[in-house]
Design a protein around this ligand. Structure first.
Ligand code: SF4
Length: 329
């Protein structure tokens, strides 16, 4: 008779259910609300008070009544939450949770480029995707999310050029759908950049009748093969609106499937794999390594310790004016 194999839990193992109970108690003790982006682990989304995309969470954050907000996502999102809620304590589970897209547009380089354009007599508005640092937002005229970009671009006076930062793929897509030519900053997201066209074609062939749904941060070759293009919230609403059980091939951060499955359990969702630029091999790079820095344990720790905290900076005031004009009006 073979004996069962017993695997010891690692020394630092903590039971997720115990962590959830602890988080629940700490939330009450600290008078806190948890906001979680659709791209963080499903177990964090399950204990959050609000889940959503950047636009939805930015709006939800202004309705929070507790003294403290824990933002489980990445740094620029927690910064935006602080900007919109200066009087509240905003905590982030991991201060190192950055964003490759935000980092592709440093504020000093953007400022220098804007100066060059002005010196050459160009009249333009700078439109920034919300995936930018607060320092960059403070240099811009408008902030867009994938959910409201078309509507905001229509508000830019037609006589002015548009400098769109930092996502070249989203910018190119917006040029197409709005018909407004744009000067595009050459930034991109490391997750959406790597979807493999070959794997997408293979997945479609293996799943006849399936629909490809893609985020507009994906490169043009992926968008051209997609049946539906939209930000995360638009995609969620799209799948919810279809009652007939269907298969969806998903070209966005793979954790988003958790929110899709909760909202539309009648469907099957398959992630499109990424492809490693260095080796050309299929990989799991459809998960965002920055979002993956969030964990239940870090949510517990930041609630318990009251840090890491997003601290108010002088340039937040100017960023706030731009965010309010763009997201709330
Ligand atoms: S998925 Fe891309 S754009 Fe979103 S946080 Fe990660 S690196 Fe940034």
């Amino acid at each position: 008779m073979s004996l069962p194999i017993v695997v010891d839990a690692p020394d630092n193992y903590e039971d997720p259910l115990d962590l959830m109970d602890e988080i629940d108690q700490l939330k009450k003790d600290r008078d806190a609300t948890i906001l979680a982006h659709y791209y963080v682990d499903g177990e964090i989304q399950d204990i959050a008070d609000f889940t959503g995309d950047s636009l939805q969470l930015a709006r939800d954050a202004t309705r929070v009544e507790t003294d403290t907000i824990v933002f489980s996502g990445v740094h620029f999102m927690a910064e935006s939450t602080k900007i919109m809620n200066p009087e509240k304590t905003v905590l982030i589970p991991d201060m190192l949770a950055g964003c490759s897209l935000a980092e592709s547009c440093p504020a000093d380089q953007l400022g220098a480029f804007q100066e060059q354009l002005r010196e050459s007599g160009r009249e333009f508005d700078t439109v920034a995707y919300i995936n930018t640092s607060a320092a960059v937002k403070s240099l811009c005229d408008w902030i867009v999310t994938s959910g409201n970009a078309r509507e905001i671009i229509d508000r830019v006076p037609t006589g002015r050029e548009i400098l769109f930062v930092p996502d070249q793929h989203l910018g190119r897509y917006l040029q197409e759908v709005t018909g407004r030519p744009m000067i595009l900053w050459p930034g991109s997201c490391m997750v959406h950049e790597v979807f493999s066209v070959q794997d997408l074609i293979r997945a479609r062939k293996n799943n006849p009748g399936s629909q490809v749904i893609a985020h507009p941060e994906c490169p043009q070759n992926i968008l051209e093969l997609s049946d539906f293009i939209g930000g995360t919230e638009k995609m969620r609403r799209h799948v919810m609106a279809i009652s007939e059980p269907s298969t969806f091939l998903v070209a966005t951060e793979a954790t988003m499937i958790h929110a899709f499955q909760k909202s539309a359990p009648q469907h099957a969702f398959l992630p499109i794999p990424g492809i490693m630029a260095s080796t050309g091999e299929t990989c799991a790079c459809n998960r965002c390594p920055h979002m993956e820095r969030n964990s239940l344990r870090k949510v517990r720790d930041c609630l318990r310790d009251g840090q890491p905290e997003i601290v108010w900076q002088d340039y937040f005031e100017r960023a706030r004016a731009v965010l309010e004009k763009s997201l709330l009006e």
